[in-house]
Design a protein around this ligand. Sequence first.
Ligand code: IPE
Ligand code: IPE
Ligand code: MG
Length: 252
Amino acid sequence: MTVGLVEPQARVDVSKMPRHVAIIMDGNGRWAAERGLPRAEGHRAGVEALRRTLRSVGDLRIPYLTIYSFSSENWSRPESEVSELMALLRRFIRNDLAEIHSNNVRIRIIGSRNGLDPQILSLLREAEELTQDNDGQTLVVAFNYGARNEIITAIQGLAARVASGQVKPADIDERLVSDALDTAGIPEPDLLIRTGGEQRLSNFLLWQCAYTEFVFLPLHWPDFDRAALIGAICEYQARERRFGSLAARSNE
Ligand code: IPE
Ligand code: IPE
Ligand code: MG
């Protein structure tokens, strides 16, 4: 079963849609530099690309979208760029939260809340609380997120439960670890898209991407659009996921 959406040649199979798409929105700075603009302009254009993506993911009825908006390592950028990114996040929540809520989308934020500016913290809380009963799609925002830190925090939680006798070391299994991560209850990504041309994870969802299909796109995030999303989904649909087993039609 196929459905033509934008370009006649870009056809997605609606029976094989990814349940969860994760995106590393990279390349804002280079997009701006190529146009002789300050990096901040690239981040602003990146917010527009995010808005387009939310609409496309909504139209395609993809149940979970995770976006990497700010990594725990991004604090090492110049202070002016960090404040610009924080201002954009605040503006995005203020301007777009009502529409996201009216689309029945639930927002979940993953990443560390330690040491965050109180204004940002309360906006994040507002976004989660306002949308917590929405049962349509889920938008997972990775903010101040680093997968190693997420795993360390999970290990600390499990170690505390072992120390108090609630859990035996031998009882720690994949389920317990998954449930101790920020992404507890969220299915693992089927498809991870990274724009900007780099082919690395940059500390994103290390545990959760064990069997995720990766699509790396050469275009910068501000240029990402519905056609690029559909192209990535088509590539995902052409892959064979084996999960360590044999090909579906293998006779050997
Ligand atoms: C992604 O674009 C946005 C964030 C990391 C917040 P970059 O700012 O990393 O853009 P490049 O990779 O320098 O082009
Ligand atoms: C990853 O991009 C983080 C986000 C997109 C938020 P980076 O630009 O920070 O990654 P590196 O530094 O190229 O690995
Ligand atoms: Mg980058």
